[in-house]
Write a protein that binds this ligand. Structure first.
Ligand SMILES: Cc1cc2nc3c(=O)[nH]c(=O)nc-3n(C[C@H](O)[C@H](O)[C@H](O)COP(=O)(O)O)c2cc1C
Length: 324
């Protein structure tokens, strides 16, 4: 029997509650519009003694692939101005291992869990997604169409047709809401976002990391073991906010924004650009309680402004709001 932890307190004022899948029969009802970003918060239990998970909207797990993966050659990360470059290569226990080892932990967490998945062909996307349907406290699947660090990973979200076929495959596997995570490594995200929506995505999350490279000049070689990697952190925030602004103006499903969120003001930028929620990634490595602090900061913002609901902030910087 599927059990989902009570995740909203509609009586709370001001209300931070959001539903990230309003078009889906289950919805994704969260008590706060702040989630942790895939790959930066493990599988949830790693932080439970440090972070008040009950304060968060949800955690998004490390991406799980059909088979276990060891990850890429080291070094896997390097610091960059206002950010970091990583090529971790999706180390994870695989679909079967994740259900065996992690599902009992997820069932016990005080916040809901979104399981991030990535596979390699339509059948494997369907089969992998199906493994996570009906697990206690798992409220959605995030289809990572965008990992730059595994061969072929970029294909899923650089071509609208492939993105749509992949999402339909995920949909076939689960009754849960499906969130499509998109890559910024394209000229224009909007056609891909529309294709994902048309294919049945309940929400979109963006952005994943931007392809980059650091050269070790002593060795005269790329610094990372894998060569190139994905850039994240405050360095990418203006770009990410622009992506959210563009995409939120072109789809009618919720958008979850991420890329360099460190402070409450950063989160507000994404929300005002049209995101319904944000994810916190790289900032967690420096301060594990960043997401929790952003939740507190958003509550304080609503109180100071006399606003009743976080929904009052969403899209405020958009022309349609300004003119209305
Ligand atoms: C070390 C590291 C590992 C990541 N692993 C994943 C992953 O497994 N799946 C995924 O969808 N995104 C992954 N990401 C991307 C983040 O979820 C997020 O999209 C990106 O880092 C931008 O947000 P940020 O600037 O707040 O980190 C990873 C990012 C970092 C820094």
């Amino acid at each position: 029997m599927r059990a989902i932890a009570p995740t909203t307190d509609a009586s709370e004022t001001p209300s931070l509650a959001v539903n990230l899948a309003p078009g889906h029969p289950y919805g994704v009802r969260l008590r706060a519009p702040v989630l942790t970003a895939s790959g930066t918060f493990g599988f949830g239990d790693e932080y439970r003694d440090i972070v008040d998970l009950a304060a968060l909207g949800a955690i998004v797990t490390k991406t799980v692939t059909p088979e276990p993966r060891e990850g890429n050659r080291t070094p896997r990360t390097v610091e960059t101005p206002s950010g970091m470059l990583n090529s971790i290569g999706l180390p994870n226990p695989g679909g079967e291992g994740a259900v065996r080892e992690k599902a009992p932990i997820w069932a016990d967490l005080p916040c809901p869990v979104v399981v991030s998945i990535a596979a390699h062909d339509p059948e494997s996307w369907t089969t992998l997604a199906a493994r996570f349907d009906g697990l206690d406290n798992v409220v959605a699947i995030e289809a990572n169409l965008s990992c730059p660090n595994v061969a072929g990973g970029l294909d899923y979200s650089t071509d609208p047709t492939t993105a749509a076929a992949t999402l339909k495959a995920v949909r076939r596997g689960v009754s849960l809401p499906v969130i499509a995570k998109l890559s910024p490594n394209v000229t224009d995200l909007r056609p891909i976002a529309r294709a994902a929506e048309d294919a049945g995505a309940d929400a979109l999350s963006l952005i994943n990391t931007l392809l980059g490279m650091v050269i070790d000049t002593d060795a005269a070689l790329p610094f990372l073991g894998a060569g190139a990697g994905g850039l994240s952190g405050p360095a990418i925030r203006p770009l990410a906010v622009r992506c959210v602004y563009d995409v939120a103006g072109t789809v009618s499903i919720p958008v979850i924004g991420m890329g360099g969120v460190v402070t409450t003001d950063d989160a507000l930028q994404f929300l005002m650009a049209g995101a319904s929620a944000v994810q916190v990634g790289t900032a967690t490595f420096r301060e594990p309680r960043t997401a929790e602090r952003v939740v507190d900061g958003l509550r304080g913002y609503l109180e100071r402004r006399g606003l009743e609901s976080i929904g009052d902030v969403v899209g405020l910087a958009r022309p349609e709001c300004a003119s209305g």
